[in-house]
Design a protein around this ligand. Structure first.
Ligand code: SF4
Ligand code: MG
Length: 336
């Protein structure tokens, strides 16, 4: 599969009065053309910061990308002049956020917002843009699009507003879509509808989706690959089947532990794991999970575990992969 985006060694910090929060601590991953990669983890694990950094949208100050490379179609997005990045944002990389009400302009009709978005990035006239807007609203399943186009965001329900956001994000046929908890604010039935819709649109348009979520049910239903984040680090990456059935990182086992094995899709929320995440003002020198890990060894507290490829598509950062580490009954550990 051809890679569309490649992130290497991304480090992002926030300079706060109390000190520096190391929100993302050296994250590397790639996104293939047309696939869905889900980034999962508890809140505060760094998933949203990672996603926003890709298009340089973290609030700065206090946020700062300290190092790393984000190569998109041969260009490092971190080094691109703002003007060029602006062109890519919206036209080639679309974005959908959790809360459509704050992402839509309340004083402008929905149609006008979509039309402006289209015209900003494509050289087409108002009539053609309007046609395209109606087409997009139809595509995302909004009834009476010709009439709805003249209405304001508050005249739409939460689920319909999220559809409008998707229509806007997809209007310019982006190669990549960043969707940060796109359905979290919606009720479960609408969540499922919206996710199904995104998958359908992806099949038609070939858009790659980077999906940020804490919902493993959504991951099971929609993702091709999964990246698990913990304490600002990527701890495990693999195909959905590798993460759900052959996970190798104790944190991933913890996430999966209480899920019924044969029916992942019924599980909606991540289960809490005893203990609290590491203090990112003063992160531990070793594995970020060491304080909560039942398998922690001396090395775990001293040195960050290296990333090990356990298959061409499956990578894990854990000292248990070291040839001299004691063996652990993974089958039992994963599904206790
Ligand atoms: Fe647990 Fe050590 Fe692996 Fe971290 S590196 S997850 S502490 S065994
Ligand atoms: Mg978030």
């Amino acid at each position: 599969m051809e890679s569309l985006l490649k992130v290497s060694g991304l480090q992002v910090s926030f300079e706060m009065a109390a000190g520096e929060v190391q929100a993302v601590r050296g994250v590397s991953f790639h996104l293939n053309k047309g696939e869905t990669l889900a980034i999962v983890g508890e809140s505060g694990s760094g998933k949203s910061v990672t996603a926003l950094s890709l298009v340089r949208l973290i609030p700065s100050p206090p946020g700062k990308v300290k190092s790393g490379e984000i190569i998109y179609q041969g260009k490092d997005l971190l080094k691109l002049p703002e003007r060029e990045l602006f062109k890519i944002r919206g036209s080639e990389i679309g974005m959908i956020f959790q809360d459509p009400i704050s992402s839509l302009n309340p004083t402008m009709t929905v149609g006008k917002q979509i039309i402006e978005g289209i015209r900003w990035h494509q050289k087409i006239g108002v009539t053609a843009a309007k046609e395209k807007a109606v087409q997009m609203l139809t595509l995302v399943g909004i009834p009476n699009p010709e009439k709805r186009i003249a209405q304001y965001p508050h005249e739409f329900s939460g689920g319909m507003r999220q559809r409008v956001m998707i229509a806007m994000a997809l209007a310019c046929s982006p190669k990549m879509l960043i969707a940060d908890e796109p359905t979290t604010a919606l009720d479960v039935t609408i969540q499922a509808q919206i996710m199904r819709l995104m998958k359908e649109l992806q099949k038609k348009t070939g858009t790659a989706i980077l999906l940020i979520t804490h919902d493993l049910g959504v991951v099971a239903e929609t993702a091709d690959r999964v990246a698990v984040m913990y304490g600002g680090s990527l701890v495990e990456t693999g195909l959905v089947s590798e993460i759900f059935y052959q996970a190798r990182h104790p944190y991933t086992w913890g996430l999966l532990a209480s899920m019924p094995r044969m029916d992942w899709s019924k599980q909606r929320e991540l289960q809490p794991i005893p203990g609290s995440p590491p203090d990112l003002f003063d992160p531990p020198p070793g594995c970020p999970f060491a304080d909560r890990c039942p398998y922690a060894m001396n090395a775990c507290h001293e040195e960050m575990p290296p990333e090990t490829d356990v298959s061409p598509t499956h990578r894990v950062a854990c000292w248990l992969e070291h040839p001299e580490a004691p063996s652990v009954d993974r089958e039992k550990a994963g599904y206790k």
